[in-house]
Design a protein around this ligand. Structure first.
Ligand code: ADP
Ligand code: MG
Length: 964
């Protein structure tokens, strides 16, 4: 007990600190109830650590959905949870009077959007932004939402409308495997990463029934067709054909088993996404028949062979580069699969056509080897991009409703998340730019929601402290000069520029931006953009070319010559297009770069989002291995950062991240009032929040108000005490605001309150310690006195006991002796009577001078026989005296009788004292007495020679007597 007290008072640092922190944590959040908190912005304090712990606790308790303000965080369970998506649950959310009061769920979001549409309150249209890494569950979430709408957005009376909704849902779901096969690839981060963005618009009629849908895609990463980073793969579809084609199909598409293609890296890795049959079936459901499918795969095989075409360096600039030996077969196969004439194909790759002059004269210039490679890649990318767009249009035509048949919509944005790879280029710049834009949209929305909460609590506080990501957006897309404008200018000027020059230009022109950085250690020319989710280094090499994405008109013309039915559809001989394309390159019309096209589509998307009520679902992958029951904090943290949830937390931190209900606040900090009376007796400073505090008469804890006010009065004193002398802390207002039901404060204020509390507790602890020590001392003193008393009592009792026993022994001996003496006297007198009768006339001789008469001899003999009794007799204090005693001693000791004058017998009794040696007691004597405090009675009496120590053996020292 005492050591514990000391432990605390001396501040047994680590342990004491930890327990205090835990205590605070328990007070703020309630550790045991962490998993029951279904809103991340309500964890206390709102920090990354607590947010992570809350998510982890919920994940462990099989609670996969958590709100985060206006966002829903969806953790991927990586295991089937059928009860979470049952039609009964859908109906429960649909029928609930307030679905948001039920547990967080995607159905709650779905129902909310649906009710918003029904309410017809502007903006009527809704959008749900589902984001997260690939594999985090976006498609699953979208699918569940689709199923939900198929149930709720169908007329219960009309079977027809229900069927339409189901058919549309089925088609949208079928579009997923197709779009993923053509648009997803295995990246360093993810085996099934979407390389495009997707916006699905669910169209509802005036009775809020689903009548159709439309899919819009964004920025397919088409460079992946021809260029893959090491350890990454091309789009899944290429692997699916190579692995899943039948023997006949292999023959048809020239894909022999084990053939190697330079655009098909890591073919040995088999992923679950490589399921050709699933893709084929989904295509069939979307209305793409088997011949068309075969046509698509044949074209794709043609592209794979195109990738094996390699050129040798030309010795003469005027001569075109020749094919490498292995490539001759590849160009033949490719031409046959794409149904292109072989020679024009080779020529288009080798020779550039230039139109110049007023007459648009045509010049032909042989390309360098690098240029040939670029043209080959360009051809493949062109075909693939058009094929992807065509697929989207096929999907759309199968699900789209008549424009007159719908009035409102719910949009589902399945958007790629923030990306940062070891090498980032234009694609990542565009993706991250889109994420910055969406983040800004999200932050604005979140701030609005936060402000609403403050307003409900009666606080007037604007987020003046919070800086959003406008600076980063200014750097990327700002006017007049930004990264986008600089890259576009390079394309427009069409001047030769090196990667290093572009880096210098960006750095010098945008040097003032706080979001632009530079990696001095990087050998390759690059620049760093500090995004909201972290800094990303972009390499400038190839940036301008990628942005230009030049498509030489002769390539398009070549493809238009193809006899392949699919390529004919993809590259129609459109006279309008022809007239547009021909002057390109030479005209001064603004060049439509990748960035400018992307920016335009992004703005269009944002316009749609701005015109709708947004809802956010952030899908999180608890681990990248896809394992159930595994929550890896680092991985979740990086995703929380990338999806802007960390930002949300920062926004909360910029305001008042600590919100404590009045009752709890009073319970914990009531003791601060003692501090106030001690530090500034009698002084009542004004309330720290007099300007803001509003005490509603209907506040539940009206009785708490005086207490609360009292506590708040202590705060200025606390702040002053904490401020160092000369610090202007006095001037700054105390960062505490009283809402209608909660006390809002900053982290620093909480720290201060906790310090004050610790101070009071320390004083109390000191007081308790003092009292305890005093009490303990008194108790010990009383116990000591009691022990002494008991010892004394026991000693005297023992002494009395001993004396009594001695007394009894002496009495017994005395009685026996008297009996014996009487008997002896009687015997002696009897014998003497007989002798006297015989020698009545003889005068007795003095003892010692005469020989012993016969009578005495026989007496001696009798005594000798009775020597043990004699021993007693000799030592007895009373009784036989003089000669008789001596006789007895002689007899007992069997001394020679011849010459009695040679020695003298002298018994000790003749002198003073006792002739015995008493042995000292061995060891301690323990007195165990009933009802006595045993520990204190267990005492060894002092071994003293004079004290009475028990009944000892009486020894007669024969040796020493022999010398007497
Ligand atoms: P994304 O579309 O984000 O790439 P998916 O939606 O395809 O990810 O999810 C990847 C996998 O995770 C799914 O195949 C499924 O097995 C699992 N999954 C995702 N969400 C859930 C869920 N709510 N319940 C069960 N499994 C899920
Ligand atoms: Mg997906």
């Amino acid at each position: 007990m005492a050591s514990q007290v000391n432990g605390h008072s001396s501040g047994s640092d680590a342990q004491g600190g930890k327990s205090l922190r835990e205590d605070l944590q328990e007070f703020l959040g309630g550790e045991a109830l962490l998993h029951e908190l279904d809103d991340l912005t309500k964890v206390n304090p709102v920090t990354l650590e607590t947010v992570l712990r809350c998510l982890q606790a919920r994940y462990a308790a099989d609670m996969f959905y958590t709100s985060a303000g206006c966002t829903l965080v969806a953790l991927n369970p990586f295991k089937p949870v059928p009860q979470l998506y049952s039609p009964a649950l859908m109906r429960e959310y649909h029928a609930a009077p307030q679905p948001q009061k039920l547990r967080p769920h995607i159905f709650a979001v779905g129902e909310q959007t649906y009710r918003n549409v029904q309410s017809l309150i502007e903006p009527v249209n809704q959008s749900i932004i589902v984001s997260g890494e690939s594999g985090a569950g976006k498609t699953w979430t979208s699918r569940c939402l689709m199923k939900f709408y198929a149930v709720v957005a169908a007329s219960p009376t009309s079977l027809e409308s229900h069927k339409i909704a189901e058919r549309i849902e089925q088609r949208i779901l079928n579009s997923n495997p197709v779009m993923e096969a053509f648009g997803n690839a295995c990246t360093l981060r993810n085996n099934n990463s979407s390389r495009f963005g997707k916006f699905i618009q669910l169209q509802l009629n005036s009775a809020q029934q689903m009548t159709g849908a439309a899919v819009q895609t964004y920025l397919l990463e088409k460079t992946r067709v021809t260029c893959q980073a090491s350890s990454e793969r091309n789009f899944h579809i290429f692997y699916q054909i190579c692995k899943g084609a039948s023997v006949d199909e292999r023959l048809q598409w020239h894909l022999p088993e084990g053939a190697s293609f330079s655009w098909l890296p890591n073919p040995e890795r088999t992923l679950e996404e490589d399921c050709f049959q699933v893709t084929r079936e989904a295509m069939l459901h979307l209305g793409i028949d088997i011949p068309t499918q075969n046509n698509i795969f044949q074209v794709l095989a043609g592209l794979l062979h195109l990738g094996n075409i390699w050129f040798a360096d030309s010795k003469d600039e005027a001569q075109s580069c020749q094919l490498m030996d292995d490539a001759k077969c590849s160009i033949r196969t490719s031409a046959s699969l794409l149904q292109l004439p072989e020679d024009p194909l080779l020529e288009t790759l080798q020779i550039r056509t230039i139109r110049a002059g007023r007459q648009q004269q045509v010049f032909q210039k042989p390309c360098s080897r690098a240029e040939c490679d670029t043209r080959r890649d360009c051809l493949a990318k062109l075909v693939y991009a058009r094929l992807f767009d065509w697929l989207v249009s096929v999907i759309n035509s199968s699900i789209c409703a008549d424009p007159d048949s719908w009035t409102t919509f719910i949009g589902l944005l399945d958007v790629y998340g923030f990306e940062s790879f070891p090498s980032n280029s234009l694609e990542q710049l565009c993706i991250n730019y889109a994420n910055e834009k969406l983040q800004q949209h999200f932050v604005a929305h979140y701030l609005r929601a936060q402000q609403e909460e403050y307003a409900v609590e009666g606080l007037d506080w604007s987020f003046v402290n919070y800086q959003d990501n406008q600076a980063c957006l200014d750097l990327i897309e700002g006017s007049p000069i930004s990264i986008c404008s600089l890259i576009n200018e390079e394309c427009r000027l069409n001047r030769p520029s090196s990667a290093a020059q572009l880096q210098t230009r960006i750095e010098s022109t945008l040097a003032g931006s706080p979001c632009l950085g530079h990696n001095k250690l990087s050998r390759e020319p690059s620049f760093i953009v500090v995004h909201y989710a972290g800094p990303v280094q972009y390499h400038t090499a190839g940036l301008v070319e990628k942005n230009k994405d030049p498509v030489p008109p002769e390539l398009t013309r070549l493809l238009q010559q193809s006899q392949d039915p699919l390529l004919k559809v993809l590259f129609p001989m459109d006279p309008e297009e022809k007239s547009q394309e021909e002057p390109s390159g030479q005209s001064r019309a603004p060049v439509l770069t990748v960035v400018s096209k992307f920016k335009a589509s992004l703005e269009q998307l944002l316009q749609v989002l701005h015109s709708t009520t947004p809802h956010y679902i952030r899908c999180i992958k608890p681990n990248s291995q896809g394992q159930a029951h595994t929550f890896l904090q680092e991985e979740v943290l990086s995703q929380l950062e990338a999806c802007g949830l960390v930002e949300t937390i920062h926004i909360s931190a910029a305001g008042f991240p600590i919100r404590i209900p009045h009752q709890n606040f009073v319970e914990r900090y009531e003791l601060l009032r003692r501090l106030c009376t001690r530090t500034s007796p009698g002084s009542h400073s004004p309330s720290p929040d007099e300007g803001h505090s509003e005490w509603s008469p209907h506040t539940k804890g009206a009785t708490l108000q005086p207490l609360l006010q009292d506590i708040l009065h202590t705060l200025p004193a606390l702040t002053q005490a904490a401020a160092t002398p000369g610090d202007p802390a006095e001037a700054t207002p105390v960062p505490v605001h009283c809402g209608r039901t909660k006390v809002f404060m900053t982290d620093s204020m909480l720290e201060l309150l906790e310090c004050g509390r610790a101070q009071v507790l320390e004083q109390c602890a000191c007081c308790i310690q003092g009292s305890w020590r005093r009490h303990r001392h008194r108790k010990q003193e009383r116990q000591r006195q009691a022990a002494t008393l008991i010892q004394a009592a026991i000693r005297s009792w023992l002494a009395r006991k001993h004396i009594q026993r001695m007394h009894a022994a002496a009495t017994a001996i005395k009685r026996t002796w008297q009996k014996w003496r009487i008997r002896m006297a009687f015997l002696a007198s009897k014998e003497l009577d007989g002798v006297q009768e015989k020698h009545v006339s003889q005068v007795p001789l003095p003892l010692g001078s005469l020989l012993l008469p016969q009578a005495q001899t026989s007496l001696l003999e009798a005594i000798i026989r009775l020597w043990p009794l004699g021993l007693v007799l000799a030592n007895a204090a009373v009784g036989v005296r003089g000669f008789q005693r001596k006789l007895v001693v002689w007899a007992c000791l069997q001394l020679p009788m011849g010459n009695p004058s040679s020695y003298a017998v002298q018994t000790a009794q003749e002198q003073a004292g006792v002739t015995s040696i008493r042995a000292l007691p061995q060891g301690s004597i323990k007195f165990h007495c009933r009802k006595s405090p045993l520990p204190y009675a267990d005492i060894c009496p002092e071994p003293s020679l004079h004290s009475v120590t028990g009944f000892n053996q009486i020894l007669l020292e024969r040796h020493s007597l022999g010398h007497m």
